[in-house]
Ligand binder design. Structure first.
Ligand code: SER
Length: 315
């Protein structure tokens, strides 16, 4: 990778991916794009930025013609709970918009990174140690869109030789930008509330395990995958990756090691609980480990210590 265009760069991942890529590849070589008129965080400033609606194929094509990236990170998307509240919007942005991006990657011969998700699995998927290749019958529009894009990305690789690569992200925990409208968001909000009020009411029920990862590991993973030797890749779209699996009690216990009086209570949201119940409890990441050396560094306690320290400086 030498010159990169990122869509959805004001989102939870984009806001940290942009400064990360700029540090590695040079600020001028990373074009941040988003629907919004300017970068969301100070960290994302200091390099090229452009407003871009991924559904506007003409504007997208012009941008590629001008910037000439060798790689597109297509991060624009609607998250799971928002997608269930508005399935048409989820399809339009997550499939139609992603298809525009994929087709332009073919036209401009760029590599293409697509973020799939644990949501690409569903109720009939084995939930423990979920294999890389297994049943994918998701029950959310968000999941349907992710599976559609996994298949399309593989198809473009097979049919056109396009360098498409992707991961199935677990819930991502970070302090720079808040996630919006996801099911795993509770695992971010809980840290804010722990510091602000010492208590948190969880919309996800006790005993609901989901895969999670700290953002620095997610950023390292995507760069490692995109820089991996293509000859070693048996899979492409998309690799299971995870760093930990916990339920609300588990993350609360980890927070209590720093804030002993921290209290968690429950007010379960049936919609997000149903989504969480349909997703795996823990993923098998052996394909990512074997094919490109995936190796996360943060477990739950290490992440908690870092999250609380960083957030304390901010709030
Ligand atoms: N974190 C996402 C969500 O909860 C899953 O990919 O929607």
């Amino acid at each position: 990778m030498k010159r990169i265009l990122v869509t959805g760069s004001n989102g939870q991942i984009g806001a940290e991916l942009i400064p990360h890529l700029r540090k590695l590849y040079g600020a001028e070589n990373v074009l941040a794009t988003d629907l919004q008129p300017k970068p969301l965080t100070a960290a994302s400033e200091g390099g090229p930025y452009q407003t871009l609606d991924v559904l506007d194929a003409g504007a997208f094509s012009e941008t590629l013609k001008r910037f000439r990236p060798d790689t597109i990170f297509h991060m624009a998307g609607v998250l799971s709970a928002k997608g269930e509240a508005n399935p048409k919007l989820a399809w339009d942005v997550n499939v139609t918009g992603s298809y525009v991006a994929l087709e332009l990657a073919r036209e401009y011969k760029t590599s293409f990174f697509f973020p799939s998700s644990i949501a690409a699995f569903g109720p009939s998927t084995p939930h423990a140690n979920t294999p890389q290749d297994t049943i994918q019958r998701p029950s959310t529009m968000y999941g349907v869109a992710k599976v559609t894009m996994e298949l399309l990305c593989d198809y473009y690789h097979l049919k056109y030789g396009l360098d498409t690569r992707g991961v199935r992200f677990p819930g991502l925990i970070s302090y720079a930008a808040l996630p919006g409208g996801g099911t795993t968001d509770y695992a971010v909000h809980i840290y804010y509330e722990a510091l602000k009020t010492g208590r948190y009411t969880s919309y996800i029920g006790k005993g609901t395990f989901m895969d999670m990862m700290y953002m620095p590991d997610a950023l390292d993973a995507v760069v490692k995958l995109m820089e991996a030797d293509p000859a070693k890749l048996v899979h492409r779209n998309s690799f299971n990756i995870t760093a930990m699996s916990f339920d609300p009690e588990g993350i609360a216990a980890s927070i209590r090691k720093h804030i002993p009086g921290f209290a968690i209570s429950y007010d379960v949201d049936p919609m997000r609980q149903a989504i969480a119940d349909s997703w795996p409890d823990s993923l098998d990441c052996s394909a990512a480990r074997d094919e490109w050396g995936f190796e996360p560094k943060y477990d739950l306690d290490r992440m908690t210590a870092d999250m609380l320290a960083r957030l304390k400086e901010r709030i």
